[in-house]
Design a protein around this ligand. Structure first.
Ligand code: PLP
Length: 396
């Protein structure tokens, strides 16, 4: 398996990956700044003058946030911690959206203090918002979309958004509360496979212009697959926004960062029971997506020289946790001959990878490093045992 420099799915060269593993150890998240910049450029080309907000849940690392902020990207935040990160990297109120289905008093207060735009997710929020808030109303378009059930957010049974039938009353309550309706918002799901799902949802929301009248903003969320036809999605978004005379806002998470990041892991061995496993030093604690959503990540083997030339073998990629579901891949074709210590690269891991990593089994979360074109920049040092139990040793 030889990587070519033109392969868009592998953002770093084999030499860079080997160097990073040697210098920083494994498991390791390694990112390419060039790939991050390229993803943002693709969004900007497709969506023209649409305003771009990064859904920082995908990867909230400060180095990434600073880079995106310098490039003029705002932040969609769904917790007090994410709001804190936005403030920490210097984002002002005009650069922050406060979202979430169950906002706390602290989140309302900080969002209000910043002058951020709130996304109203349910009718009761009209009474909870700080007086004089600027808001978008998230609409539940009541549509099934082509993604894993846990990633679908636009279906009638999902917890997100306001039913169209509740919109007129909510708009009255918002006006009565002295709030300013800037626009409508929708986000139908993540890793959505079929672009027709976006068209259907945008069209359904456009019908609500009869209720709202002209608006400043139509925020169409994110959720695009990595190979999505952004130009097509952008065209449909513009059509829907035109119904309100509104400007388009977008909130990509995964699209911006997934391909820039890989998870580097070392082979710990192989074994055969009823199935054959390649055992790795990374698993569900480093990358939860396969276990949580059945996500499939392409992998690339960096075996020792001369291993398995021409031969291929299939195995499940198993992590070190004492959990049967701790698999990073199933029936994955790999070159034969992996030895303990060989490297495996899990691709498209920059989004919802490090962000969802955990300390389960008292495993320190991995380091994160960025290739900035010249050298590696440490974005997050590897956690130590002391980091993990600090709150237990000093509980007050
Ligand atoms: C409201 C909202 N906007 C944007 C996103 C980003 O989605 P994605 O990372 O799939 O682009 C999410 C993800 O859950 C979301 O909930």
């Amino acid at each position: 398996m030889t990587r070519t420099d033109t392969d868009p799915h592998v953002p770093l060269t084999d030499d860079q990956l080997r160097d990073a593993a040697r210098r920083f150890g494994t498991p390791l998240y390694a990112y390419s700044a060039a790939e991050l910049d390229a993803a943002l450029a693709r969004v900007r080309v497709a969506f023209g003058d649409a305003r771009v907000w990064y859904a920082m849940k995908a990867n909230p690392n400060l180095t990434l946030l600073r880079r995106l902020h310098r490039a003029g990207v705002g932040f969609e935040c769904v917790s007090l911690g994410e709001l804190g990160r936005a403030v920490h990297v210097g984002a002002g109120g005009d650069e922050v959206i406060v979202n979430g289905p169950a906002k706390t008093d602290e989140e309302y207060a900080l969002g209000g203090q910043l002058g951020a735009t709130f996304i109203v997710d349910r009718v009761e929020e009209a009474a909870l918002l700080p007086r004089g808030s600027r808001v978008l109303v998230r609409v539940n378009p009541g549509l099934e979309v082509s993604t894993h059930d846990h990633l679908a957010t636009g279906a009638a049974r999902s917890k997100f958004g306001v039913r169209p039938l509740d919109l007129p009353g909510l708009l009255r309550d918002l006006r009565a509360g002295g709030h300013t309706l800037r626009g409508l918002h929708l986000h139908v799901g993540s890793a959505v496979r079929d672009a027709a799902d976006f068209s259907a949802a945008f069209a359904r929301v456009a019908e609500l212009s009869a209720v709202t009248g002209p608006l400043e903003v139509l925020d169409v969320g994110g959720g695009w697959g990595l190979d999505a036809d952004l130009h097509g999605i952008a065209a449909r978004a513009r059509e829907a926004a035109a119904a309100f005379g509104a400007r388009v806002w977008v909130e990509p998470g995964r699209y911006l960062v997934a391909r820039s990041g890989v998870l580097l892991t070392r082979v710990m061995g192989r074994k055969t029971t009823g199935r054959t496993f390649t055992l790795l030093d990374a698993g569900m604690t480093e990358l939860l997506r396969p276990m949580l959503y059945g996500a499939q990540h392409p992998v690339r083997a960096l075996w020792h020289e001369g291993a398995g030339e021409g031969q291929e073998t299939r195995s499940d990629l198993a992590g070190p946790a004492c959990e049967s579901g701790d698999l990073l891949g199933q029936d994955v074709p790999l070159p034969a001959g992996a030895r303990r210590g060989d490297l495996l690269t899990v691709l498209e891991a920059g989004a919802y990878g490090a962000a969802m990593s955990s300390n389960y089994l008292t495993r320190p979360r991995p380091a994160e490093v960025l290739w900035d074109g010249q050298d590696w920049v440490t974005m997050r040092r590897r956690e130590s045992m002391a980091d993990i139990w600090a709150a237990e040793e000093n509980p007050t």
